[in-house]
Design a protein around this ligand. Sequence first.
Ligand SMILES: Nc1ncnc2c1ncn2[C@@H]1O[C@H](COP(=O)(O)OP(=O)(O)OP(=O)(O)O)[C@@H](O)[C@H]1O
Length: 160
Amino acid sequence: MFKGNKLLMSFSYAIEGMTHALTTQRNMRIHFVVALGAMILSLVLDLSKLEIVLVFFSIIAVVAAELFNTAIEAVVDLATSDYHPLAKIAKDVAAAAVLLTAVHAVIVGFFVFFDKLFPLKLRDLDDTGEMAVYVAFIPLGMLVLLLISWRAYTRSKKQG
Ligand SMILES: Nc1ncnc2c1ncn2[C@@H]1O[C@H](COP(=O)(O)OP(=O)(O)OP(=O)(O)O)[C@@H](O)[C@H]1O
């Protein structure tokens, strides 16, 4: 197989994994909704370059931790359907990692958004200066979330 094809395939498997997690994990759906909200706020509020990076990094950390959690749950369920103390440890530790990233995201959200909301400091979207390039990443991020959500939605419809 061509190297390019292989790369494309691994990319498609990764999207498949993300779709699976979104279809089966309620928490992942909550993360996506919160992430979309945070991106909308990042677009309309007057965030700096560093603040946008912090918000995106927090979103990615939570989603990545939830993906690892889903993978660990699948491996544990594959290994045993019986109660096992090690299975409990594996699942509980993975859940703790997600919780930690979510707490981190809440702290970042508070530090970044609070003083832009009270008092309200809106972004000047007509500003075509240096910030425009960085702000363009926000709708791109929203588009990615929406595309994966649409894929998960059509997948779950198909499965009934
Ligand atoms: N095979 C098992 N042996 C021992 N404890 C388990 C086992 N499977 C699950 N548990 C316990 O039950 C909890 C919930 O497990 P479950 O597989 O339902 O995951 P979950 O956290 O509810 O994830 P989700 O609802 O996102 O699939 C685990 O955190 C763990 O404490």
